[in-house]
Design a protein around this ligand. Structure first.
Ligand SMILES: [Zn+2]
Length: 166
């Protein structure tokens, strides 16, 4: 894959994540789409635009799916708190988009993924994820994020595996 116009990877990935969340939410709000269908359609549309490759779109769709699954595990307990955690600025501004819109349009999907997600999800350095708290699996150091980020290495021990909470 070579692309002269490539932006710094971090911004590119975060931007793509937010774009995919927004488009998938729109597709779901149009109705009769499962989360998978909405993600696929968003990925096709975005990669056909030429700005991003199909591989990038699929990678980012994977991150989104994982974040939704992780949120889904908690959603039945405290859905409103989760909405606020995933997009604090948007909630304050009274604007909903991206992940929180996806969550609202995907209530059934969340129940479904919550049931399937007994396994512990891994979050690794270099991946993109929604706001929340990442805890280093090696040393226990916590990092708090209030925006979508590309995950850095642990600031304390420089390891690359985390679990997530909100
Ligand atoms: Zn650490």
């Amino acid at each position: 894959m070579s692309n002269d116009k490539q932006k710094p990877e971090e911004h590119e990935d975060v931007g793509l994540y937010q774009k995919m969340a927004d488009r998938a939410a729109e597709f779901m709000q149009e109705g009769r789409k499962t989360l998978e269908e909405a993600l696929n359609k968003a990925g096709e549309e975005i990669s056909s635009g030429g700005e991003y490759t199909r591989d990038q779109a699929e990678k980012i769709a994977g991150y989104l799916r994982r974040d939704l699954t992780e949120v889904g595990k908690k959603a039945q307990l405290a859905r409103d708190a989760v909405f606020e955690a995933v997009e604090p600025h948007r909630v304050v501004a009274g604007v909903q988009s991206g992940l929180s819109r996806l969550l609202k349009t995907a209530a059934d999907v969340l129940n479904e993924v919550a049931e399937k997600s007994e396994q512990v999800l891994e979050f690794k350095t270099g991946e993109v994820t929604s706001p929340g708290t990442l805890t280093c699996k090696d040393c226990g150091k916590e990092m708090h994020f209030k925006a979508t980020v590309r995950i850095p290495p642990c600031p304390q021990c420089h390891k690359t595996h985390f679990r997530k909470s909100y």
